[in-house]
Design a protein. Structure first.
Length: 408
């Protein structure tokens, strides 16, 4: 972003008089990655990529740098692995590393010197937790080291208009500072996540000064590195077994596109005084609230039951549009009756038992129709006037009506 009144020019500027030109973004070559970044990489920006060890951060960035190196000067700084190790893995995964120079270095002062000499346009620091500065005596990975090194690299990036990727391992509480301590210092924070055992990886923007948050990119891990998944709905539903109780499909909106996801519930008699409410992919408090609404306004008690809810595929129900699916999945498990295989549901549940409309109803329904769903239970006002071809849409105003639609 070429801004007048940048650093070192301590003058107040009237925004209206400001000449702002947005610098061209660099496409990473992976459209899913570009989407999460808000439409490509912004020169001079600092991007933090957090994730569990082994999730695929290094591989993703090496692939990306390989692509970028065809047109840009790039530099990959590895503080964790030797140049040989990086090269071997790239070879094993037949990742095309293009013209990427790799530097194995952990002292931030020496890294800065190499950057000054080579002037890369994009640099990867993998990982920030291995980098240290001679200015501080604390160990690499400590909060003060991680913060100071990141600050130096981010500043260098801003001054030289170099985009900086900082890799941060998510750590269990312990000696090493996790990516959270850096979130406020960078422009964009991305988390790379995946379920253990699943080959799918989801990248999520939790902060982005240059784009929307909530944007989701989906990748598949293969023997040949990461591949982008352009139609994620299909994969999140692909392993759905036919007609089992406790499963409901809903349409979420992740960032700018609709996404079909399966919500699973298991309701089982409890052996405990305080029944368990365990969730993966949604807030446990939200579940507790929905169960209370189900009891009070639907007359269905789960007080003597353990309730487990899982959102399949490592997706998170960050939207209230998933409420209705959660409630119906719970009910379906409780009474051992599957929902129709071609049924999709979405809608927000209020404390008074009303079903509230959610944004972009028509778009959600179209996505469901595209994937072969024939029936939908949705909030009133969420269905388009002309309907959706090939889909029966049941509009409900209250939880009672939704339950009747499930039973009927
Ligand atoms: P790696 O990129 O090293 O993870 P991180 O940097 O997040 O710790 O990936 C971990 C391992 O997974 C590595 O041995 C390579 C393997 N892998 C694949 O086989 N295919 C893939 O598509 C990816 C991304 C990784
Ligand atoms: Mg790594």
């Amino acid at each position: 972003m070429g801004l007048a009144g940048g650093p070192g020019q301590s003058q107040p500027v009237v925004l209206r008089d400001l000449q702002v030109t947005e610098a061209a973004r660099l496409p990473t070559g992976l459209t899913e990655f570009d989407r999460v970044l808000g439409g490509g990489l912004v020169p001079g920006s600092a991007v933090l990529i957090g994730g569990d060890p082994g999730i695929g951060k290094s591989t993703l960035l090496l692939q990306t740098m390989g692509r970028l190196s065809a047109q840009r000067r790039v530099l990959y700084i590895s503080g964790e692995e030797s140049v040989g190790q990086v090269g071997l893995r790239a070879k094993r995964l037949s990742v095309d590393c293009g013209q990427v120079p790799v530097l194995a270095e952990t002292a931030v002062e020496r890294i800065a010197a190499v950057i000054e000499a080579h002037r890369p346009e994009v640099v990867v620091v993998d990982s920030i937790q291995t980098i240290y500065t001679e200015l501080l005596s604390s160990a690499p990975g400590s909060v003060s080291q991680v913060r100071e090194c990141a600050a130096q690299l981010v500043r260098l990036g801003k001054v030289t208009q170099m985009a900086v990727f900082l890799v941060g391992h998510v750590t269990k509480e312990g000696a090493i500072a996790g990516p959270r301590v850096l979130e406020h210092m960078v422009d964009t924070v991305l988390y790379f996540e995946g379920e253990t055992g699943s080959r799918f990886r989801v990248m999520r923007a939790v902060k982005n000064r240059f784009g929307a948050t909530g944007e989701l990119g989906v990748f598949a891990m293969t023997e040949g590195g990461l591949k982008e998944v352009k139609s994620p709905s299909a994969i999140f539903l692909s392993h759905r077994s036919v007609q089992t109780p406790g499963s409901a499909v809903c349409v979420l909106r992740e960032g700018s596109r609709p996404l079909l996801v399966e919500v699973q519930a298991l309701v089982d008699e409890t052996a405990l005084a305080n029944p368990r409410r365990v969730t993966v992919g949604m807030e446990a408090n939200r579940l507790a609230m929905l169960l209370a609404v189900l009891h009070r306004h639907g007359g269905i008690a789960t007080g003597g039951q353990d309730v487990f809810v899982n959102v399949v595929g490592g997706v998170r129900l960050s939207e209230t549009a998933g409420d209705l699916a959660v409630v119906l999945a719970v009910l379906s498990s409780l009474c051992g009756r599957p929902l129709a295989h071609e049924l999709v549901v979405f809608g927000e549940l209020g404390l008074t038992g009303e079903v509230r409309p959610v944004p972009h109803g028509e778009e959600r329904l179209r996505e469901a129709a595209k994937h072969g769903f024939k029936r939908a239970i949705v909030p009133c006002h969420n269905a388009p006037k002309g309907g959706i071809a090939g889909m029966e849409i049941v509009q409900v105003k209250t939880l009672q009506e939704a339950l009747a639609a499930f039973k009927g």
